[in-house]
Unconditional design. Sequence first.
Length: 437
Amino acid sequence: MEKFYFFFQGIMFFQVAFFAMVYFISGKKDVLYYTLLNLITGIYFLLNSPNLFLGIDERIVFSSTIYLYINFLLFLSMVFVYLLFLKEIFSDTVEQYPYVRKVYSTTLYIIPSLYLLFVVFLFLGWQTNAIFYAGHLINGPFCILVLILNYKEKGYKSLIIYSMLITFFCIIVTVILTIRYNAGSNDTLLDKYPLAVIKMGMLIDIILFQLALLKRWNDQEKELATQQLKSQLAVEKVRNQISKELHDDIGATLSGISMYSYMAQAQSVAHEPLQLNKSLLVMQQSIQEMISSLNDIVWSINPRRESLQNLFEKLEEYAFMMAGSKNMHVQVRCSSLLQQINLPIENRHNIYLLLKEAINNAVKYSDGTMLQLMVKETGDQLEISVGDNGKGFDVLMVKRGNGLENMQKRADGIGAKLTVQSGHAAGCTVALQIKIT
């Protein structure tokens, strides 16, 4: 048993060095807390075997008041750091359930209060055994809630759950053995070494946490590979879409310009100045539209324009320019979180062109006096809308007109929900809802 104690102490301090290096590499708080937990645990068990490690009579150490203060402080420090560790691992559970968060916060305050109570009792010469044993179970309510709410968890968290169950069992056994040890029981080997069970539990816990780290890293690598593949597919999809737009829209425009150039040449030879001016005007307008389309494509795929803030500013600029031609007032309402939300290239491209079409339709066909742009966030849903106070229309009658069908295709392409609300003399609102990822 003494050889096992030496082996355990060596393992504990080796793990402190190991997990410290892992923390400096990964920067993960749960690894930091686990490093501190191992360090405090190693010191605690070293202090509780003074004869074995330091050659000091246990009766002298255990009867010392200073030992009692330091021993319980180290023990509660272990409990406190273990609580922080579990909260970091199961942070989603703590955030999702208010009552779990309340139990966690309450436990954080009870731990130092319990030590103060212990100091007062010790100072007054009162019995402190009940406080000492209560410290072993202080994390119990929080741990039980975490176990109940996460018992179906898969992946690395399931390994942490197994280690919690083993640790909880070992603590119960250790409390029983400690009570027997203090009562002078000497029937079994474990009665002489009451901390052996919790030490074995700690070794199993260390192995399970190392496996959990490996499992988490493996899952993260798979997730990263999946995200990279999704990004590549999204870029390829946008590339194909842009290629189609270049072929359909700009290609058609260039064909039209080519046709009108031949007409202009013929009109020039035939000395038809009025017809020539009309042809040149059509060519000029077509070229301006083509330049505008190219600018939109280049802007929407620019990686420096990935935030929703950039997108909304571009739409706002376009709305003011278009509304100015019809003397419409522009009203803008937006969330303060726009800068924090980044959009994938595919979403950015389609959202911009869809809402630009909505602005264009509102200005051209609504006969309204006000154009409204609005962005709001509700939970994990983002809603961007374009509205007007114009004459409105029957949505069912014109669903395939005024670019609405094209807008619906763009919304479907990025998994967004498009709604159009309108009625006679009731204006029109085009709203796009998309999940924030």
